[in-house]
Design a protein around this ligand. Structure first.
Ligand code: MV4
Length: 457
């Protein structure tokens, strides 16, 4: 195992990685910006190094600053967490050149998955189901029109360098295609410095279902089942759960077996998430792969009993999956996560400031991942996620009851959070039924609006 690991991140995920290191007897080095001087990741790490001013671009995203800290502290490895440098293949290459183990897949694999069109073709070749669409990058609007006619409208144009919804356009007819093609191309060029586009058949009301995988450095891959992540707004997930009510044991088995083969062929290593869309008929199609640990990894941990971050460290240290995982993998019960963001619950604008009271719920089946505390401060410079409230129950009904009581015991005073929004979602019949898709939040807000209008009348 590593002697010393640098955590190139902040907030709850930096703490999460520190927890895993402590349990493995690994020394930890925190890096922090001037705005994070008094944060818990600094306090709980064995060493801490300031790497720059508050803005991420000058601190957490500053590759020379992070690498210098790693060299000064003399670490064996760097864990990037999620976001920030976690899917930056160039950063992983600099780590390699500096003889520091990057805890994640090799840069070549990160680069492949970062080019969504290439990832799609690689998965197609490996017999993972993909949506009908273009093959390779689309060179012109004429070619786009040809593909659209062969696939059938509606189609969606996506940026090859994209993700998270930018550079995407839904095209419903041949007439509107040229304008939308150029709009998507320009947006992608401006956002990513790469205007390459590809095309897929558009699914109107998809569910977002993703599979967690682990791969060791000896060619072994395992699927740890899926997470249902359809409850989202503006491409930001709000609630995730495991397992999905829509995925049968047979589907889970089949998709797991396919991923095992395809990711082994691709040379995938460490933790990863394979994203799928499920259509109205329950068919699932690969859309993209994330080559990092994800925010919502705890729901998988709760139903499998596997510590994914410890697994990441052990895989990066060369251990085999057979030494890390139990003989029999099983999905036990049901887990749900609510993302608690420091933001106005209706306006969704960030709410930075001092937290006066911070009371965490606890008790049976409740887990909270956070780096916040009473009298602490939420700086305005970073992601607004301040805590993840995760519950586990025998079944979904017990998990829902547990979440409702835990949300009621979670007190945050001084800033606005999404806790009140979560309480309303958990009271919603459509949410409780489990039969929802990625358009859920739009319908939910519409129902709330109608209820308010009725109350006035
Ligand atoms: C789609 C789609 C419908 N059809 N692709 C949005 C972000 C990016 N990761 C993929 N996205 C979508 N791709 C096809 N062929 C609808 C979305 C989409 C979406 C996907 C998952 C979760 C939330 C979403 C919200 C809007 C659109």
């Amino acid at each position: 195992m590593f002697r010393k690991v640098l955590i190139a991140n902040r907030g709850e995920i930096a703490l999460r990685v520190i927890c895993a290191c402590k349990e493995l007897g690994v020394r930890t080095v925190a890096v922090y910006s001037e705005a994070d001087r008094n944060s818990l990741h600094v306090r709980f790490a064995d060493e801490a190094i300031c790497i720059g001013p508050p803005r991420s671009a000058e601190s957490y995203l500053n590759v020379p600053a992070v690498i210098s800290a790693a060299e000064i502290a003399d670490v064996d490895a760097i864990h990037p967490g999620y976001g920030l440098l976690s899917e930056n293949a160039n950063f992983a290459e600099v780590c390699r050149a500096s003889n520091i183990k990057f805890i994640g897949p090799p840069p070549e694999v990160t680069r492949l998955m970062g080019e969504k069109e290439k990832a799609r073709m690689a998965m197609k070749k490996a017999k993972v189901p993909i949506l009908p669409g273009s093959e390779g990058v689309i060179q012109s609007e004429e070619e786009a029109t040809e593909w659209a006619k062969s696939v059938g409208f509606p189609v969606i144009l996506k940026a090859s360098a994209g993700g998270g919804g930018r550079g995407m356009r839904v095209v419903r007819s041949a007439e509107e295609l040229p304008n939308l093609f150029h709009a998507a191309q320009t947006e992608a060029q401006n956002a990513f410095g790469n205007g390459d586009l590809y095309m897929e058949k558009f699914i109107e009301r998809p569910r977002h279902i993703e599979f967690q995988v682990l791969a060791d450095e000896h060619g072994n891959v395992v699927s740890l089942g899926e997470r249902e992540c359809s409850i989202q707004r503006r491409h930001q997930k709000l609630i995730e759960e495991a397992p999905s009510l829509q995925v049968t044991a047979k589907m889970r088995e089949e998709i797991g077996a396919t991923l095992k083969k395809s990711l082994s062929n691709i040379g995938y290593m460490n933790a990863g998430t394979v994203e799928f869309l499920m259509d109205e008929d329950g068919q699932i199609y690969f859309i993209e792969m994330n080559t990092r640990i994800q925010v919502e990894h705890p729901v998988t941990e709760m139903v499998t009993g596997i510590d994914l971050v410890k697994a990441q460290l052990r895989i990066a240290a060369g251990e085999r999956l057979s030494a890390i995982l139990p003989k029999q993998l099983e999905i036990r019960g049901h887990a749900i996560e609510c993302r608690v963001n420091a933001e106005h619950p209706e306006k969704f604008t960030p709410s930075a400031g001092k937290i006066h009271v911070f009371n965490l719920p606890g008790g049976n089946g409740v887990r909270v991942d956070t780096a916040q505390f009473s009298e602490g401060f939420v700086p305005p410079y970073y992601d607004s996620l301040i805590a993840k409230l995760i519950v586990h129950g025998r079944d979904r009904a017990e998990a829902i009851a547990r979440m409702e009581r835990a949300l009621g015991m979670f007190i945050v005073e001084g800033i606005h959070t999404t806790i009140p929004l979560h309480r309303r979602i958990f009271a919603d019949e459509e949410f409780r039924s489990g039969a929802f898709d990625t358009k859920f939040m739009e319908r939910f807000f519409e129902r709330e609006k109608e209820a308010r209008e009725k109350a006035v009348l």
